[in-house]
Design a protein around this ligand. Structure first.
Ligand code: GUN
Length: 284
């Protein structure tokens, strides 16, 4: 069973990106810049945001964390986003989710300008994306496509099943696989006999948001399994995904581990997106 090592692929993406960033700096006279907005004091979110900043710095991009207090009003948050939309030194904007309960993610997803939306998740960005005219692509599904390409896994003509229909992963994942000429089925919590549908797939992307949800009996022999799950409450208090990976040895062809699979690719793609948006705004 081949382990699809997202950590290694992300490292490779970052080294290619560092060259691109250096080229951008030479031509434009500044470096691509990502502004990350975080509201409140959720400890895990602050760690994620710091990791994004560190990742930016590792490829020579600049990044700024705008930490706003929990008591921030919607109007204040909207004003901050509007200021970043018009600040010419900012190439990418990311508003970290979840927001405190009194604030609306919906407003944020309506407000961030698509030509600065490094996450690729705003309604405008998703509109361009699903119409086949993306500014950037949503980070996690695009990161999955990069892993597949890295390992020379072609999906053309093959049966793919995506489990989960979120705007962040499931729906854009199904779209990217369709564009790559797979025949795609999108499953969700209301799918009848999910297991029998998943067993038909050559490639399965599991983004169900349920810890250790699928195992050996759910997959066809020699399937390729991409596990998008990330749960902090696995056996022995360890991280785990949506798949019971330890059951798959000798059965599936390849699987992404958790941690070290899809997760690092999401951040690597965020960096790629920021660089791409910077290049587009600079007319390169
Ligand atoms: N919170 C957890 N994952 C993400 C993500 O991909 N983007 C944003 N903006 N917030 C998140």
């Amino acid at each position: 069973m081949l382990i699809l090592n997202g950590k290694d692929v992300a490292k490779e993406v970052r080294s290619t990106l560092a060259l691109r960033v250096a080229e951008f700096a030479k031509k434009v006279g500044r470096t691509p810049h990502l502004s990350v907005v975080i509201v409140g004091d959720d400890a895990a979110s602050h760690i994620y945001v710091r990791n994004k900043k560190k990742a930016c710095e590792s490829v020579g991009m600049t990044s700024q964390i705008i930490a706003m207090p929990t008591k921030t009003t919607q109007q204040e948050l909207n004003k901050q986003i509007a200021a970043l939309n018009t600040d010419s030194s900012v190439d990418g904007i990311l508003v970290q989710f979840p927001l405190p309960a009194h604030l609306s993610a919906d407003e944020v997803l309506k407000l961030v300008a698509p030509d600065k939306d490094a996450d690729g998740l705003t309604y405008a960005s998703l509109g361009y994306f699903f119409a086949g005219k993306p500014f950037v692509k949503p980070c996690t599904p695009e990161g999955v496509m990069t892993i597949l390409k890295h390992y020379g896994i072609s999906v053309e003509g093959r049966r793919a099943v995506v489990v989960g229909r979120s705007n962040i992963v499931g729906k854009p994942m199904a779209h990217l696989l369709t564009e790559a000429n797979a025949t795609v089925t999108l499953c969700h919590s209301k799918t009848n006999d999910l297991s029998s549908v998943v067993r038909e797939a050559d490639l399965v992307v599991v983004a169900a948001g349920k810890a250790r949800f699928l195992g050996r009996n759910d997959f066809k022999k020699d399937a390729i399994v991409i596990d998008v799950g990330m749960h902090h409450d696995g056996p022995n208090g360890k991280l785990c995904g949506d798949v019971r990976t330890e059951e798959l040895e000798g059965w599936v062809q390849a699987v992404t581990p958790v941690p070290g699979g899809v997760g690092p690719m999401t951040i690597a793609t965020l960096l790629q997106n920021t660089c791409l948006l910077a290049e587009k705004r600079a007319g390169l």
